[in-house]
Ligand binder design. Structure first.
Ligand SMILES: Nc1ncnc2c1ncn2[C@@H]1O[C@H](COP(=O)(O)OP(=O)(O)OP(=O)(O)O)[C@@H](O)[C@H]1O
Ligand SMILES: [Mg+2]
Length: 245
């Protein structure tokens, strides 16, 4: 049911492969990437290139690279543009509805809605109707985040999310899995960069790991996130003995 089926990076168009973002190892080894499932996770070490690729996809989808939808764009970096310019997305069918969200720009987005609500030409307080009826800034970060998903968007949409767990307690991450499940049933596709062992457990999802070998599928229970978290929680003292020695 995924709409965005695959992407291709057109390396022949790149003049200097030694500059960012083309020199990020995982990206440099990637020619094509398939999105066969409704839910895809990007995982990998800090700095492995997840956000860089997600932003380029967001740009190609027509979403603001600062985070937001088509009506909301806080500007985009030249770097994300340069990767986007050599990226081809394959759709079946092409859809326009959706959202790109960076956890760290979420408050900017809430601010933007407040501004819109003050503007009589944008329908005043009407702007909040689709976001749970009150300003996102009057709700806690996590509440606001969840209301964004429960009150907006149903049907055929694509959500690109960069570390949504940053806004969410473990309990709320479970609530978010439920929301994802509901939206998936209504026809949503998700591509999510995450470090959360809870989120990436989503049943039936494809997990892509970014590392020096490129971008490759990995099973949930093989990920460092799963193994390390499980092993740490079952015996933290063992880790501390080694870490603090
Ligand atoms: N504007 C920039 N100029 C040069 N290098 C950059 C720039 N932005 C990011 N990088 C580098 O590109 C690499 C990939 O960064 P990216 O933000 O995509 O990683 P990430 O996988 O999202 O990491 P994290 O999990 O910490 O969010 C990193 O090595 C980073 O230092
Ligand atoms: Mg990132």
């Amino acid at each position: 049911m995924a709409y965005l089926k695959s992407l291709r990076i057109n390396w022949e168009q790149v003049e200097d492969k030694n500059t960012y973002p083309f020199n990020v190892p995982a990206l440099a080894k990637c020619q094509t990437l398939d999105f066969n499932q409704n839910v895809t996770f990007f995982i990998g070490e800090n700095g492995s290139g997840k956000s860089t690729l997600l932003e380029a996809i967001a740009y190609q989808c027509g979403f603001g690279v600062g985070g937001g939808d088509r009506n909301y764009d806080i500007g985009l970096s030249d770097e994300s543009l340069s990767l986007a310019s050599i990226l081809t997305l394959a759709w079946m069918p092409k859809i326009n509805k959706g959202f790109f969200l960076r956890a760290e720009t979420f408050f900017d987005f809430a601010q933007f809605l407040d501004e819109r609500a003050k503007d009589p030409f944008s329908g005043g307080g009407m702007v909040y109707n689709t976001f749970g009826g009150k300003s996102l800034n009057e709700q806690s970060h996590g509440e606001a985040f969840l209301s964004l998903f429960t009150n907006r968007f149903g049907g055929k949409s694509i959500f690109l999310l960069d570390e949504p767990e940053a806004a969410l307690s473990p309990q709320r991450q479970l609530a978010f899995l439920r929301i994802m499940h509901d939206l998936e049933k209504e026809g949503a596709q998700f591509i999510i960069a995450t470090h959360s062992p809870i989120l990436m457990a989503y049943p039936g999802a494809r997990i892509y790991e970014f590392d020096e070998d490129g971008i490759n599928p990995i099973d949930y229970e093989t990920t460092d996130h799963y193994r390390l978290t499980k092993s740490f929680l079952s015996n933290p003292e063992r880790y501390f003995r080694e870490l603090f020695d």
